[in-house]
Design a protein around this ligand. Sequence first.
Ligand code: 13P
Ligand code: ZN
Ligand code: NA
Length: 283
Amino acid sequence: PLISTTPMLEKARADKHGIVAFNVHSFDSIFWVLEAAAELRSPVIVQTTVGTVKQLGAKNIVQVVTAASEYYDIPTGLHLDHCTDLEVIKEAIHAGYTSVMIDASMHSFEKNVERTKKVIDLAKSLGVNIEAELGKVGGVEDDIVVNEEDAQKAVPIECKQFVDSTGVPTLAPAIGTAHGIYKGKPNIDFNRIAEIAKIVDVPLVLHGGSAVPDEDVRRCVALGMAKVNVSTELKNAYSEAIRNHFATEPESLDPRAYLQKAKDAAKEIAKSKIRMVDSENKV
Ligand code: 13P
Ligand code: ZN
Ligand code: NA
């Protein structure tokens, strides 16, 4: 069933395991993400960017995720990722999303507080989870682009002030990861995470989960980062399988053949990420 991600993530932080939030880009991918979670008996979060909402429709996404979560019998959250637009947030909440991110990280601290509060007023009484970002996560996620030099880590004391003044139930502090695949190794500031986690008791969110070594993600989770976002690695595995298929069978015409390969490849990644955060057998 479709559930709010607030209790799901609070429990995960308390139990010191993570929940993976997978970005999906098609109806099809909703099913294999849920299938991966079901095979491991793991709670899971499905998330879409604004671009995906525009392409597929919020109501359609809610219906498909609801159907899949019931079919696979897995507690599932449905989250709107990196949204800057209050109208799209309203649309998602109205359609039945159980969690929304207000990304006002490009604004001043005060404006971020103000915009986050607006979303809390819209969402919290409905049991919808709210996520906000402090600092700036680098890299490219759909139409949000942050250059390396503009990426900025969150300041621990500001995280506390932010949570205290907004009442936001989940916080994504930038701590050195970036969206996409890294040129080198990500430079994660574990001390900063520990400092934030000591003074902020809401579940924290790790953005840019692709291409972070498993042991680094596990350290983040152990420190309180209960939600781990993964997008690029799934997209890459899926696309590469299709590319390889057509490289050897350029005349291929049966979508089932290449979509099956794409699904198998992406599902394997999804399962490895679920094992990484130790949410297996937590249903
Ligand atoms: P990656 O693309 O690095 O997995 O980041 C995902 C993310 O943070 C989505 O919000
Ligand atoms: Zn992100
Ligand atoms: Na990444």
